[in-house]
Design a protein. Structure first.
Length: 500
């Protein structure tokens, strides 16, 4: 009986389980004709990815002590690496790829270091310049290094790794900068010469100095072409990304010389009538002040409204998003925003030369524009401020007080998010602005006062464009009285220190 009961219990349990399974199957079968939506996971969205970009800063405890290279990460404003470099660095730039930094040192050496978060002292390499050279500025395109050599009236070209002196290319007297294509994709670079032996003669506007010259240097052969006439005291230049125009800033007469770098001539073309009936003309000179308009007889397309009596252009950036050059006018305390767009034939467009002048702080020594063309920022040396300029409405939006008396301002941007880096030669702090609300984000303490700063990219996927260094003197702003200026056997900066 016990065995029978056990078997019967097991049979009943099996029946119960089978019944439950049938009920479940029936329920499922009954729902089979109904729509069952497919659940697709939603990936949460967030801010745009941060660009792979670094701020590279050169600082020095004194004009003769060893300098320090500091790599700062864009995303967290964090010092990623530091390494000592040569003594008394006076000129600094990085190559177009944002991969290598170069400094000119007071002991007659050139420093070459990789821009890396793992930078170490053993990776810093040195090469010497010719004993007869007096180098004042460096240019670092995608390969090699070009240097303006005052003593020899030449451009010294360095190649290999580390960059070693290869040859000196004779150019017009008193070359102060080498400018042109940072990609070495163009046909030539240009040596900018002032034809004056006084390093301070071009630090005022207007001036009575002679007109300058641009000597073209063919990249393929290192040979020179006949020089092109510029305005008085040319100090800096920028090239359009399409390599069709070069814009040379002439501080001494408040003009910009436009060179057609395809034809290697002043920007000039034979006027013709387009299909729309518009006569197309070209503009070899762009005036920036009323005095320049009176001197050249050229009036911008939008007239002279708002133009200052003097300008004194010392630095500029080309903004690809808007086809404009943004110019800091040191002597006039303004920013000039100039349309330099071309038409479908490669000639100057109908609006070419249209200029907007915006008053900013006192003595704007440099300017940078966000990659999207929305705003520009000036480093106002005399009053220790940064001006924020709206490039759409052409108005001054805000003025920010920063540490020290800023001489350099650079930027990098990704989508709506950007950073602006402000460097003052009388301060060991690098000021960082965030562009979402245009406020001071933080300051980074460095080893010694800042000599200069660069960013490895102005946009997350594009290279650096500011490949030419800027040394005080010869038209570029000197440091203010009481602020040490780096000096050495290779740099003619003693005159800046002697300023009253």
């Amino acid at each position: 009986m016990r065995l029978f009961a056990t078997n019967a219990g097991r049979a009943r349990a099996r029946l119960v389980k089978a019944g439950a399974a049938l009920v479940a199957a029936a329920l499922i079968a009954g729902c089979g004709a109904n729509y069952r939506p497919v659940i697709t996971p939603i990936t949460p969205s967030g801010p745009a990815a941060q660009p792979t970009s670094y701020a590279v800063v050169i600082s020095a405890p004194s004009p003769t002590s060893a300098g320090v290279a500091t790599i700062i990460d864009y995303a967290g404003d964090t010092v990623m690496a530091q390494a000592p470099i040569g003594p008394g660095p006076s000129a600094f730039t990085i190559d177009q790829l944002g991969a290598t930094g170069y400094t000119l040192n007071s002991d007659g050496t050139l420093t070459n270091f990789p821009i890396s978060t793992s930078l170490q002292q053993k990776q810093v390499l040195y090469s010497t310049v010719p004993t007869s050279s007096q180098i004042v500025n460096l240019m670092a395109p995608t390969a090699g290094l070009w240097a303006a050599d005052l003593n020899n009236n030449a451009v010294d070209i360095f190649r290999s790794s580390p960059e070693t002196f290869q040859l000196a290319v004779p150019v017009a007297p008193m070359p102060v900068a080498v400018v042109g294509s940072p990609q070495l994709a163009g046909q030539r670079e240009y040596a900018i010469s002032q034809l004056t032996s006084d390093p301070m003669a071009c630090n005022t506007s207007p001036t009575t100095q002679p007109d300058g010259l641009a000597t073209p240097i063919e990249i393929s052969s290192d040979a020179t072409d006949p020089p092109i006439q510029l305005g008085k005291c040319p100090v800096y230049a920028v090239q359009s990304p399409n390599l069709k125009r070069l814009f040379v800033l002439n501080r001494g007469d408040d003009t910009i010389t436009v060179i057609n770098s395809q034809n290697n001539t002043l920007d000039a073309c034979t006027p013709f009538t387009s299909q729309s009936g518009r006569t197309v003309t070209c503009h070899p000179t762009l005036p920036l002040s009323l005095s320049a308009v009176q001197a050249t007889g050229i009036t911008p397309p939008n007239g002279t409204s708002g133009m200052p009596q003097i300008a004194g252009p010392v630095y500029a950036e080309y903004n690809a998003a808007t086809s404009q050059i943004i110019v800091s006018d040191y002597d006039g305390g303004t920013v000039s925003v100039i349309d330099v767009s071309l038409d479908q034939y490669g000639n100057d467009s109908a609006t070419f030369g249209t200029t907007y002048t915006i008053p900013v702080g006192k003595d704007p020594a440099s300017v940078t524009a966000l990659y999207d063309g929305s705003r520009a920022y000036t480093a106002n040396q005399a009053d220790g401020t940064v001006s924020v300029v709206n490039l759409v409405s052409h108005t001054l939006e805000k003025t920010l007080t920063v540490v020290g008396h800023p001489r350099t301002v650079v930027s990098t941007q990704n989508s709506l998010y950007g950073k602006v880096y402000v460097a003052s030669p009388d301060s060991p702090y690098l000021t960082i602005l965030q562009t979402t609300s245009d406020l001071v984000d933080t300051t980074v303490l460095l080893k010694g006062n800042v000599v200069d700063v660069r960013t490895t990219t102005q946009n997350g996927d594009r290279g650096n464009t500011n490949v030419t260094s800027r040394v005080p003197g010869f038209g570029e702003p000197c440091n203010l009285p009481g602020i040490p200026t780096p000096t050495g056997t290779q740099t003619p900066l003693q005159a800046c220190q002697a300023m009253p």
